[in-house]
Design a protein around this ligand. Sequence first.
Ligand SMILES: [Zn+2]
Length: 102
Amino acid sequence: MKQRKVPLRKCVACQEMMPKKQLIRVVKTPEDEVLIDLTGKKSGRGAYLCGKEACFRLAQKNRSLDRALKSQVKPEIYEQLAQDFIKAEDEFLAARDSAEDE
Ligand SMILES: [Zn+2]
């Protein structure tokens, strides 16, 4: 039996290796903006987080995103990301569930 290779990425908060599809990508653009990238196609340095608010909060607490993105992420950016993250979480989970049969 052949096993299908799934690209794995590490969540910067809990350090768990997960299939890329199950992670939310946070990207620092060349313009130095830090945003959530649901398409996974934005250019820039990326960091991955499980699609869970808890993991985002952990990253916020430990400043894991700062390290992963190699730049200082301002508290207000974290707050903005938190808002977006909660919104994205629903979309993300819905998309993931509907993509499961592919
Ligand atoms: Zn995680």
